[in-house]
Design a binder for this molecule. Structure first.
Ligand SMILES: [Zn+2]
Length: 453
């Protein structure tokens, strides 16, 4: 007897979409069949898609310390409502997640609050390389470093980054790097400020695409020297994807994610929306998104992440629109996957490829496949029903975000998530005004990072 049957599903598998009934036992996928088998509970997918739950390699839930913006409860509620069932949380919290006490503090908060499963990054800072061996029993999902200034985490210079990469290689983990050239940005920013410019156009001019891909090139070079597994986060430029694809082709373990906002928003949106569309790297020229979609098709881009980075209304608006005073970050986790699938299908990308870029690829890159990231026998039964025919519009008031804003406000979406499961348990049901979370905070479980022994 199975615990759960989802009948009449268009199952998005790793190689094909098949019409079948899905069977779950003890929280994992236990069988697929066109026959009707006995189960304690049956859900009728009514011919709609069942996609694997998303693995988001890049979220900021601000917990602990910055929870006016978001916390593990609101963040993961929005995640599962958006089909994301596993998140990797970034270390830019207070305290910075850079040692054992700060990691355990974050893990305890998440274990109390999360409704999705979660992995936790550790920060690579200029001075914690030597301590990495003592941190590996925490089982971080990986390390995160910044090549450019951030108000929340000390940046690493090239020497420090290489030393950190060598240390990470030695302990068998991986590094995710925010790539922007700090010197170029500082130089251009000073110049633009001296001209009295402080609007979106100035911000984009202060962080041109070459200031990003130059840093990607440098990070890839250093990773080759160290032999470490490198993941480039939120690349906004097709050139960055090409650089990574070339190194991957040479056999180096490098990967690249793009952030979902780069697939949908551009400079015209930044000028129209203002602070709520300010992010690092910044939105790019009109037409850039098409090039990124092309790079997804040609497999130069491995995966997508949301880079959900909530600030409060107050923080976002404190600078009165001056881009030099506005914090960079975008709320988007709840609408990211529906937007991606709807637009991807419209661009003739197969459901299989779409599932690969938001679930299977990040799970593989971070070593948690096949437990996560695919609808396959033995994997955690993380999935959602997706109705491609239901159209709706993004409304921040109907999200679970603690701060109810998003630059996607008013964006039409093709396709809707009807129900989400984590490990075979329904966690979200698209019922009522904004949908319902059907498990208690603390349902989410820690996902340990895989370490090469
Ligand atoms: Zn980020």
């Amino acid at each position: 007897m199975f615990d759960l049957a989802i009948k009449r599903a268009r199952v998005v598998g790793e190689a094909s979409v098949d019409y079948a009934n899905i069977y779950v036992k003890d929280g994992v996928f236990a069988g697929f069949s066109t026959e009707v088998l006995a189960a304690r509970e049956t859900v009728d997918a009514d011919g709609r898609y069942v996609f694997p739950g998303g693995v988001d390699p890049h979220v900021h839930f601000n917990d602990p310390g910055l929870t006016d913006g978001e916390d593990f409860q609101t963040g993961t509620m929005a995640a599962v409502a958006g089909g994301i069932t596993t998140v990797f949380e970034m270390p830019l919290t207070v305290p910075l997640t850079a040692d054992k006490p700060s990691f355990m503090l974050k893990r305890r908060e998440a274990e109390k609050k999360a409704v999705a499963d979660f992995g936790i990054y550790l920060a690579l800072t200029p001075d914690n390389s030597a301590s990495l061996p003592s941190l590996m029993d925490l089982q971080p999902i990986g390390f995160k470093a910044f090549m450019s200034y951030s108000p929340e985490i000390p940046m690493v210079k090239d020497g420090e980054l290489l030393e950190g990469m060598r240390a990470i290689k030695a302990v068998g983990s991986r590094i995710a790097v925010h790539c922007e050239n700090n010197d170029l940005i500082a130089f251009l920013t000073a110049k633009l400020q001296s001209q009295g410019r402080d609007g979106p156009r100035a911000y984009m001019d202060s962080r041109p695409d070459y200031s990003e891909w130059e840093a990607i090139q440098r990070a890839v070079t250093l990773a080759k020297i160290a032999g470490v597994q490198l993941h480039i986060v939120h690349s906004s430029t097709p050139e960055g994807a090409r650089i990574v694809a070339r190194a991957r082709g040479e056999g180096h373990p490098v990967s690249v994610e793009t952030a979902q906002h780069f697939l949908f928003l551009d400079e015209t949106d930044f000028e129209r929306i203002g602070p709520m569309a300010q992010c690092n790297p910044p939105l790019r020229a009109a037409g850039n998104a098409d090039l990124l979609w092309e790079a997804i098709k040609t497999r130069q881009i491995d995966c997508v992440g949301t880079d959900h980075a909530p600030y409060t209304f107050e923080e976002k608006l404190a600078g009165n629109g001056s881009v030099w005073k506005t914090p960079a970050g975008i709320n988007n986790i709840q609408s990211a996957i529906p937007l991606l699938i709807g637009e991807g299908l419209a661009r003739n990308i197969s459901p299989v490829r779409l599932a690969e870029i938001y679930a299977t690829a990040p799970a593989r890159i971070f070593g948690i496949y096949p437990r996560k990231g695919a609808i396959t026998i033995g994997a955690d039964a993380d999935m959602f029903i997706f109705d491609p025919d239901e159209h709706w519009t993004v409304d921040p008031a109907r999200t679970f975000y603690k701060q109810k804003w998003t630059p996607f406000e008013g964006k039409p979406v093709r396709g809707r998530i009807k129900k989400t499961w984590v490990r075979g348990t329904v966690v979200y049901d698209d019922a009522g005004e904004q949908g319902t979370i059907t498990v208690d905070p603390g349902f989410g479980r820690f996902v340990p990072g895989f370490v090469w022994a």
